[in-house]
Write a protein that binds this ligand. Structure first.
Ligand code: ZN
Length: 357
């Protein structure tokens, strides 16, 4: 299933620089040999059709979603749904914005130009100040496809991410996400094009906008190799991108996420940012969701690891994970649980197999 992954050992870094690994994995995607490839002839035909439609027409406007204040100067435009559909026009990723002395900073402006335009309309209901920066936490399209609206409304606006995030978007993921969004929304996102980040940050950097500071954290590979966590200094709020997802299990792909590194990253976040309210792009902000995510990662990895060490099969490992009381409770209000629990456990099992080899 996944025999091309670099061996990992607990406490060790990957055998090759992550940047090289992601480039290599992206090449595999391009060549269509990834385990779960989108590049079937049927998908490509649909994407080509959708692409033609995108050139011809714009998708419809996205209805207004009133911003909610989370802390002084910090607001969310909350996405109720956790997955894209034609009905929600691809709005399944919450948008945060921070009003500073100098202007507004928008974080992860969701999944289409139309959603980005809606966010700008909503920001204007809160402040007359212009948007002066955008930050993208990682390379998944539902976190950057709204960039276009901000670049069009505020020409020359800086868009920040890790350098490797921008490279991944420009290499192949950009086109893949634009096509996927068209397909999943029945072309509601038509007209959206790639506007990749153009300013680069790394863990340890601090962005200052007037009197407001945003501490940039990168705790290592977790949801992707290049996740940013953004601490809005002077408030309890920490934007975690998809490093924590509240009762949602999508996105643990075998060439992107890691249980061993993810558990280490989440624990480092817990030690670095005590007492914070964590804001996920999918779900509700709360202090407890970090501990819950650590519990989820550990329940799956520790069970898969023990099963693998005892020479139990992968399907036995999946049954053991599903039987855990933690998992049965977690399954409640987790819409993709049944679709994801087997995939997550098999990835954990393979990672344990390599670590124990
Ligand atoms: Zn993501």
């Amino acid at each position: 299933m996944n025999n091309h992954k670099a061996p990992l050992r607990a406490g060790e870094k990957t055998a090759e620089p992550l940047q090289d690994k992601v480039r290599r994995d992206l090449m595999k995607r391009l060549l269509g040999i990834t385990a779960v490839s989108l590049m079937t002839p049927e998908f490509l035909a649909q994407a080509a059709f959708a692409g033609t439609a995108a050139n011809a027409v714009m998708g419809p406007m996205v209805p207004d979603v009133k911003p909610t204040q989370l802390a002084e100067g910090v607001y969310t435009i909350h996405a109720h749904d956790k997955f894209p559909t034609p009905a929600n026009q691809g709005f399944f990723t919450s948008i945060m914005f921070v009003v500073t002395d100098k202007g507004v900073v928008a974080i992860d402006p969701s999944a289409s130009v139309q959603i980005g335009q809606m966010a700008i309309r909503m920001i204007k209901t809160v402040t007359d100040k212009p948007v002066i920066a955008v930050i993208n936490t990682h390379y998944h399209g539902d976190h950057w496809m709204g960039n276009q609206a901000f670049a069009e409304a505020y020409p020359g606006i800086p868009i920040y991410s890790m350098k490797e995030t921008a490279e991944a978007i420009n290499a192949v993921l950009g086109e893949e996400w634009i096509s996927m969004a068209l397909k999943m929304t029945n072309n509601a996102t038509a007209g959206t094009r790639i506007v990749a980040p153009n300013h680069y940050v790394k863990g340890g950097d601090v962005l200052e906008f007037g009197g407001t500071k945003i501490n940039i954290h990168h705790f290592g590979q977790c949801h992707t190799p290049y996740d940013l966590v953004l601490e809005i200094v002077g408030t309890p709020i920490v934007h975690v991108g998809d490093v924590i997802m509240d009762h949602r299990m999508a996105g643990m792909n075998d060439d992107e996420g890691s249980f061993i590194h993810g558990i280490a990253a989440l624990k480092k976040m817990k030690a670095t940012l005590p007492g914070k309210t964590f804001y996920p792009c999918h779900g509700d902000p709360a202090p407890h969701i970090l501990d819950e995510e650590i519990g989820l990662f550990e329940a799956i990895y520790n069970t898969a690891n023990a099963a693998q060490a005892a020479d139990k099969s992968m399907s036995e490992a999946i049954a053991l994970v599903k039987a855990l009381p933690f998992m049965q409770e977690y399954a409640q209000n987790t819409p993709d649980y049944e679709d994801s629990v087997g995939k997550w456990t098999s990835i954990a099992y393979l990672e344990a197999q390599q670590a124990n080899f």
